[in-house]
Ligand binder design. Structure first.
Ligand SMILES: [Zn+2]
Ligand SMILES: [Zn+2]
Ligand SMILES: [Zn+2]
Ligand SMILES: [Zn+2]
Ligand SMILES: [Zn+2]
Length: 345
């Protein structure tokens, strides 16, 4: 058994009753349900049968088109918008009889309105006429001759002005050129002086460097010369001392030779003396035989002392000894024969 319910919009007049499970389906299409207007920010609630009429023709928030500018505007603002619409046609403020859109009024007045008061187009050549735009054609036609003479005198004045200006400019340029020339000359002079002083200082520097170099070279050369001279002197001294040493050596050698020669001479004398003694007869000597014996022994001793053995060209020591001993025995024999004894002397 299904539970029967009444429509939720019963109080608004809906007489629908039905099963609970289809109530939601009914509410979606109930003629007494309320719907909200979709025009923002309108929040009016309406029955479905009244909604379309409200939204399209009654709602103050519905969008309408401006008849002048064709923009979409909210209905509630339509009157204010149209009163101020840029495209609203207005009567010309100069009362020329034309209707002009609000946004074009200014350019109409300035550029084309027949009633706008403007000065004559020859104002700059001296025409002081001012009148409505529509009057200017007549003015220009009637004052053509005057405008022409005005133009000629203006041209003359301009020519004079130009001549004067050109003169002034020429003078100005000439004086500027002079000033610049003077400035350049001064600068050139200053630069020249600077360069000259630099060159001079460079020259001085170079000269002093050259002098210093020369001095250095000279002192080096002198040093070298001194060194060489002292070396030469040392060499000279060495040679002198060597020569002296050699000389001394030679002298001492010569002296030695001399001594040797003297020795030989002495030896020769001794040998001569000995030979003389040998050949002499002991009996010829005056006095005792003992007197003869003594010089004999002395001579032998001398010969011994003088070391005759190293003299090659004289008799050797043994030979002399033999000669001496032989002579002695000869002497002794002759002494004994003569009967002379040592004890007697
Ligand atoms: Zn209902
Ligand atoms: Zn509405
Ligand atoms: Zn508009
Ligand atoms: Zn106008
Ligand atoms: Zn004029």
């Amino acid at each position: 058994m299904q539970l029967k319910v009444k429509c939720s919009n019963f109080s608004s007049g809906c007489e629908w009753t039905g099963e609970l499970k289809i109530l939601n389906e009914h509410l979606g299409s109930c003629e007494y349900r309320t719907l909200k207007c979709l025009n923002n920010p309108c929040s009016t609630s309406l029955l479905p049968k009244n909604l379309k009429e409200h939204m399209e023709n009654l709602c103050i928030y519905r969008l309408v088109t401006c008849q002048y500018c064709k923009q979409k505007i909210v209905f509630s603002e339509k009157q204010i918008h149209e009163e101020n619409c840029e495209c609203l046609p207005l009567c010309c403020v100069n009362q020329c009889g034309m209707k002009i859109m609000r946004k074009e009024m200014s350019s109409h007045i300035t550029d084309s309105c027949a009633n706008t008061i403007i000065p004559c187009q020859y104002l700059n050549i001296g025409c002081k006429f001012k009148g409505m735009r529509k009057e200017h054609e007549t003015h220009a036609n009637s004052l053509m001759q005057k405008h022409l003479s005005m133009a000629i005198s203006k041209l003359d004045a301009l020519e004079n002005k130009i001549t004067l200006t050109v003169d002034t400019l020429e003078n100005k340029i000439a004086s500027k050129v002079n000033a610049l020339e003077n400035k350049i000359m001064l600068r050139v002079d200053a630069l020249e002086n600077k360069i000259m002083s630099k060159v001079e200082s460079l020259e001085t520097k170079t000269v002093s460097k050259a002098v210093a170099l020369e001095n250095k070279i000279t002192s080096k050369v002198e040093l070298f010369e001194n060194k060489n001279a002292s070396e030469v002197v040392a060499l000279e001294n060495k040679i002198t001392s060597t020569v002296d040493a050699l000389k001394n050596e030679l002298i001492s050698k010569v002296d030695a030779q001399k001594d040797e020669i003297m020795l030989h001479e002495k030896n020769l004398e001794i040998i001569k003396a000995f030979l003389a003694v040998k050949t002499m007869n002991p009996k010829n000597f005056c006095g005792s035989s003992k007197k003869l014996k003594t010089p004999f022994r002395e001579t032998v001793f001398l010969v011994d002392q003088l070391q005759l053995s190293y003299v090659s060209d004289v008799p050797c020591k043994s030979d002399i000894n033999f000669i001496i001993s032989e002579s002695e025995s000869e002497y002794t024999n002759s002494e004994s024969k003569s009967g002379v004894s040592d004890s007697n002397s």
